[in-house]
Design a protein around this ligand. Structure first.
Ligand SMILES: *Cc1c(COP(=O)(O)O)cnc(C)c1O
Ligand code: SF4
Length: 449
């Protein structure tokens, strides 16, 4: 590709350099600034120039996906921050107001800080989460940011500095020792943030060691990334694009499976020449691209969008993988959709596509016991229920065992659900709470003492 595109990042401090924002009123621009002082904002020239249709703003789905909206905060939260800005408070004082509001937005959903961190020699291993037997998640230090930020992001707390990169790998490479010892692990999934923001040199330092014989048990290397949506030039004209493709080629040639777990929110992200070419280059070296996204109000909350997105993905040789329910954090109130409605969107889209697109599983909630899939709505003994199933579980014996929650048209997350048929708990709850308290104790004993 001849057209080299240079990345230009826009953040709060250079927001007004985005020429297209001139279509907004003063008030709309101020609103974006107010909310961006609380939730992390970042976008770039590709998103602004090629993905957003500025004639459709503010309803344009990619605008909603990347630019903060007033209603993402409650009235009280918004006016507290608006007030702080209007009164020209110092940066420090504004940060204080921001942190107070952030704490109200459930910055740490689903106890990830303790429950999923494994131990090695009685010490927690930094930068790794090992929740499901066969797959370890790795959070490389250099990959804990993204080419642009999603307004609904479930890792937003990390991007505003609340987490102090607690998840990220450290220099010691203990995570590699851990993976080496744990022969039950077949998959390593690099995630973030977005590992593809890392340079070739950094990426190589994480990926290449896995090709040595001590890691023979690792069959599949996955990279969770939104780069194809937010910066496809990563695989085209960045300085190290060709090196990255060569590294991927080397991994594939070594006999391991390399999968890009691509986050696509809307079919618009699949329509540019750049993304199509990037997909072609990745597929040419044999990389498999699987796709996933949550269903998000104002962005992709219709069966038409999902039908078209899955069809387009299959057409481009991608494999639809997961449809998620939006997590209970950040601007959840703005984006949330009742589980019942998400299920209808899934069912309607599923109905419209051929079997090649029906590989998308869902809708799925990544919750404390595991990946809870909503299989359907049924009436059993005169009670309307959600039929649920664990696709992944902390204890793999729990998977593929249907369980039932009372139908609740308002429920938006797993924790809103209560067991059906008057039962006190789901079949795994006792074992789960034993596991969690044991883990917590171990964590406190070894880490926080
Ligand atoms: C989703 C997820 C995985 C991967 O699960 P697969 O079903 O194999 O894609 C691994 N670890 C965690 C913590 C996850 O949430
Ligand atoms: S790509 Fe993922 S981690 Fe990055 S901002 Fe979006 S949701 Fe958050």
């Amino acid at each position: 590709m001849n057209n080299v595109r240079k990345l230009k990042i826009y953040q709060l401090r250079n927001l007004e350099e985005i020429p297209q924002l001139k279509v907004l009123s003063k008030e709309e621009l101020f609103n974006i600034k107010v909310v961006s002082n609380v939730l992390p904002f970042r976008t770039n020239n590709y998103v602004v120039e090629e993905l957003i249709d500025w004639s459709k703003v503010p309803d344009d789905p990619i605008f909603q996906l990347t630019f903060m909206q007033k209603d993402m905060l409650s009235n009280s939260q918004f006016s507290r921050m608006a007030d702080a800005i209007s009164r020209n408070l110092s940066t420090e004082e504004i940060k204080k107001v921001a942190d107070t509001i952030r704490k109200e937005l459930n910055p740490h959903p689903a106890g990830q800080l303790t429950a999923n961190v494994p131990f090695y020699d009685d010490e927690p291993v930094k930068g790794i989460q090992h929740k499901y037997k066969e797959t370890a998640l790795v959070f490389p230090t250099g990959g804990q940011t993204c080419h642009a930020y999603c307004t609904f992001c479930f890792r937003w707390a990390q991007f505003v500095g609340m987490d102090d990169l607690k998840f990220a790998t450290d220099e010691s490479k203990r995570f590699q020792e851990y993976i080496k010892e744990h022969k039950e692990i077949t998959d390593v999934l690099f995630t973030g943030g977005d590992p593809m923001v890392m340079s070739y040199a950094k990426l190589k330092a994480y990926l290449e060691p896995l090709l040595s014989p001590e890691f023979d048990h690792i069959k599949n290397i996955r990279i969770g990334t939104k780069s194809l949506s937010y910066w496809p030039y990563r695989y085209l004209t960045d300085k190290d694009s060709d090196d990255i493709l060569m590294l991927f080629d080397k991994i594939m040639s070594s006999g391991k499976h390399l999968a890009i777990m691509a986050h696509f929110s809307h079919y618009i992200e699949l329509e540019t020449e750049a993304v199509k070419m990037a997909i072609r280059r990745l597929r040419n070296v044999g990389v498999k691209i699987r796709t996933q996204s949550p269903v998000i109000r104002h962005v992709n909350d219709s069966a038409e969008v999902w039908t078209k997105m899955w069809q387009e993905q299959v057409n481009l040789g991608l494999i639809p993988y997961y449809m998620f329910v939006e997590r209970n954090t950040g601007a959840k109130k703005y984006f949330e959709i009742p589980i019942a409605e998400v299920f209808e969107i899934y069912k309607e889209a599923f109905k419209n596509v051929s079997g090649l697109s029906r590989t998308a599983r869902g809708p799925v909630m990544s919750a404390t016991p595991g990946k809870v899939s909503v299989e359907g709505v049924a009436e059993i003994n005169n009670e309307k229920v959600f039929v649920l199933n664990l696709l992944q579980a902390r204890n793999s014996d729990w998977v593929k065992t249907p369980f039932f929650a009372s139908y609740d048209p308002k429920a938006t997350w797993y924790t809103d659900l209560i067991p059906a048929f008057g039962q006190d708990e789901f079949f795994f709850d006792e074992e789960l709470s034993d596991f969690l308290s044991e883990k917590e104790e171990k964590f406190i004993e070894n880490y926080l003492r």
